[in-house]
Write a protein that binds this ligand. Sequence first.
Ligand code: PLP
Length: 389
Amino acid sequence: MRNTEMLLIPGPTPVVDSIYDALAEETRSHTDSRFVAIYRSAIEKTREMLNTDGEVFVISGSGTLAMEMALVNTVSSGEKLLVISQGYFGDRFIQLGKAFGIQVEVLQAEWGKRVSPEEVEKRLAVGEFKAVTITHADTSTGVAADLDVLVPVIKEHGALVILDGVCATAAMEEDMSKTYGAPDYKIDVILTGSQKAIGVPPGLAIVAFNQSALAARQKIKGVPAYYCDIYNWIPIMNDPSKYFATPPVNLIYAYDEGMRLVLAEGMDERYKRHEAYGKGVRAALKEYGMRALAEEDVAAATLSCILYPDGLNDAAFRAALAEKGMIVSGALAHLAGKAFRIGHMGNTTAQMLEKAIVLIGETMNELGYNVDSSKATARFNEAISLCTK
Ligand SMILES: *Cc1c(COP(=O)(O)O)cnc(C)c1O
């Protein structure tokens, strides 16, 4: 393992050596048949991961670009968008929608809680919404959306379901062929980035459109974007030897290797592993008097937002962990200083998380608490074995 630190933040996440090796391969022409074959394979693997017969896009950009691409190709200026927001990244769709003249309405949950499906139902009943955005795992709060409950409500009202999977894809179930209660009740658009649960360095925007979403694009006369217009990319995704804009050649090598690892592990295995990590980390930290912002029944598998016990200083805590080679994130907005966020996704292993739990315990003891890390690691291992049975 080339990494010298444990990058346990909600993205970027730990990169493994075979991905670094791929990244360091010789840069070739984007039209070289050897590169084209790898790009084609990366696109195919993405299609397989999301189980879609629609179009997938793997292009330079971050998760935010993927959000923009999802939105501008489905919802026109003047049309209505409903944003289901369970934190900071849900709210980002409000700004995005406004930037394109979209009429945005928003249902915001108190941080740490979910928006109720009844509220969604009520709002959809009184307006013609073109699409609804859901953040699968909101990285600010560690709250996961319940797709089984939300997708049917949205589809009943004929709106498109746009799923932000930036902190979830490859770790929490996202299957574009899955039907949610009726044959045509499916997730229409999924967007993500390379650097979170997929575990590849940052720099790729990944988006998938199903046939309904593609039909919505067809009805739009002119998309208010150029780089983000999927019609400029469909020919490339179907034949990567064609040119529209230079793809990030080395990052595509890395992504293809990352996706190989994802598919080799298997999607169901990955969903189970992440569920186990989330439960395990939160159970362990509870032993230290640390509570997750999100209750267990709404908590995300990929990251947790953990409230500090009284008196624990955020800056001192995170600096002491960094000294020990473990990086976690501060909390956002009104939770800054009151909580930290720990990622447990992608190429992160149970061994790394067990070590992280020990280091957190050591740090707390240095800062004047009296905690027992052996109890905490025992809770972690119990939770893991229950989930992976
Ligand atoms: C990180 C994140 C984003 C933004 O992605 P960038 O790659 O930082 O642009 C969007 N949504 C969610 C849920 C995220 O976790």
